[in-house]
Design a protein around this ligand. Structure first.
Ligand SMILES: Cc1cc2nc3c(=O)[nH]c(=O)nc-3n(C[C@H](O)[C@H](O)[C@H](O)COP(=O)(O)O)c2cc1C
Length: 199
């Protein structure tokens, strides 16, 4: 029994490492339906919330944007964009309106980091980054592809207000999730010699 479990764990370990070694982002334009089932998505959100979290503050939360909600949020983005650039042509408007409509589901990860008597805010922010990455890894492990993006509207107070974020809340990322129509070639990765210091 122990041997079987060890073998199963070993093969899981290899595939996890392979996934981490080879995963790369797929831009929203190349993401397609079908999206995850509600059960699949809930499973990934539970995994995403299972991250190191100093003080057990859960200083993050999720916005699930799927189906028709993608167009509703797209309309908010377009409206905000037009307030600043009223001369924008139809093509540019459509680009803003369609920001979240390519992938079947987009999850906004909201950081709720703030001042705390014991836990530095920086550590709370880092935890939100870990949530994003766990979600990315979970979706990719299930055979989907992802893009972790922010773009200008993640920093625009008018858009954040419309999405229901409190003044102290921030977007850690919008995770676009779907089936890859194609996977772009990889980008250059950092040279370990440049980033590793052995003390
Ligand atoms: C917090 C965060 C925000 C990002 N926002 C954007 C963005 O707005 N636009 C963009 O083109 N890439 C953005 N990126 C980078 C993309 O995720 C990029 O495609 C990715 O770094 C590619 O690397 P990968 O193939 O290892 O996933 C962001 C990355 C992070 C971590």
């Amino acid at each position: 029994m122990t041997e079987i479990r060890d073998a199963a764990q070993a093969s899981t370990l290899v595939s996890t490492l392979d996934l981490l070694r080879t995963r790369r982002s797929v831009p929203p334009m190349l993401l397609d339906a079908p999206g995850p089932t509600a059960e699949e998505l809930d499973g990934w959100l539970a995994i995403a919330a299972r991250v190191p979290d100093h003080g057990k503050l859960a200083p993050w939360r999720f916005l699930v944007i799927e189906g028709e909600a993608r167009e509703r949020v797209g309309a908010i983005i377009e409206r905000t964009f037009l307030a600043d650039f009223p001369e924008a042509d139809d093509k540019r408007r459509a680009q803003e309106r369609q920001r979240l409509t390519h992938a079947p589901v987009v999850v906004g990860v909201v950081s709720r980091a703030g001042p705390h008597v014991k836990i530095p805010e920086w550590e709370q922010v880092l935890s939100a980054g870990a949530v994003c990455m766990n979600l990315v890894v979970a979706a990719n492990a299930a055979g989907y592809a992802t893009a972790w993006l922010t773009e200008w509207f993640a920093y625009d107070r008018r858009v954040l207000d419309a999405l229901g974020l409190d003044p102290a809340e921030r977007i850690a990322g919008f995770i676009h999730i779907g089936r890859a129509k194609e996977v772009p070639s990889d980008r250059p990765r950092p040279d370990l010699a440049q980033i590793v210091t052995r003390l």
